[in-house]
Design a protein around this ligand. Structure first.
Ligand code: UDP
Length: 238
């Protein structure tokens, strides 16, 4: 609970893959559905969102194909800003007040990243969407989700996933014997090489005492459930 409002504050991570529904670009139907699910919870919980950008570019993939890694990562970060704007649009259509904050200066479309201001927006009931990752190459938006959650005093990180409803011992879409995990410590997740979330994000949460829940975007309503604190998916703990 935050002191001033008594509401729970959470950080939701949405992957770029979700925005594109597996394709390049933004799928308006999917983003609209995500927005409605977030809007359904904002009167009861303070929500900040970190958006991924894998539906546009992933720096590591472009660099394997010959691009300079730093430049490719900046392209990746710019992709996240487009997702942030798409989410902002559909959130406002769903009746939620919003602000986008970008880690790369682009003042016509987004505020700069100012954590104290982000907190104030959330206290006023606005959804804050963080775009452009950390503004730093070699980072992922999973890691940024952990960092932003820590800096704005969120209670937990909620990582919404496509195509999987929790963390498993192996990829359940490839291994029939994969076992679903209800709860796991970061240390065990790292030792077992559980890869649903990147290891830097896990270790940042481990070192700073932050819970992380990994859950599936399907069925409809799951994002609202997770925001409101229902124990779905897998809970990662320090
Ligand atoms: N990225 C970056 N620094 C950051 C966040 C993101 O360089 O702080 C780049 C990186 O190239 C990454 C891309 O942006 O591949 C898209 O982010 P990510 O892969 O985390 O998106 P997701 O997998 O969640 O769609």
């Amino acid at each position: 609970m935050t002191e001033r409002t008594g509401r729970r504050r959470v950080l939701l991570k949405l992957s770029g893959e979700a925005f594109g529904a597996g394709q390049l670009g933004v799928n308006p139907d999917v983003v609209s559905q995500m927005a409605r699910e977030i809007a359904a919870a904002v009167d009861r919980v303070e929500v900040a969102v970190v958006v991924g950008g894998g539906n546009f570019f992933r720096g590591a993939e472009l660099s394997q194909r010959g691009m300079d890694r730093g430049r490719a990562d900046y392209m990746g970060m710019l992709g996240t800003v487009m997702n942030a704007l798409a989410l902002q649009d559909f959130l406002e259509q769903a009746g939620a007040a919003t602000r986008v904050q970008s880690a790369i200066a682009m003042t016509q479309v987004a505020e700069p990243y100012i954590p104290r201001r982000a907190e104030r927006h959330m206290e006023k009931g606005r959804v804050v969407i963080f775009g452009a990752g950390a503004g730093l190459p070699y980072f992922s938006t999973d890691t940024v989700a952990a960092q932003r959650a820590l800096e704005i005093g969120a209670k937990e990180v909620l990582v919404a996933k496509n195509g999987v409803d929790a963390i498993y011992t192996a990829d359940p879409n490839k291994h029939a014997d994969a076992e679903r995990i209800e709860r796991v410590t970061y240390r065990d997740a790292l030792q077992q090489g559980l890869k649903v979330v990147d290891s830097t994000a896990f270790s940042l949460c481990m070192d700073n005492n932050m819970d992380m829940r990994v859950f599936g975007m399907e069925p409809a309503g799951n994002v609202t459930r997770a925001l409101l604190g229902e124990p779905i998916g897998t809970l990662n703990t320090p």
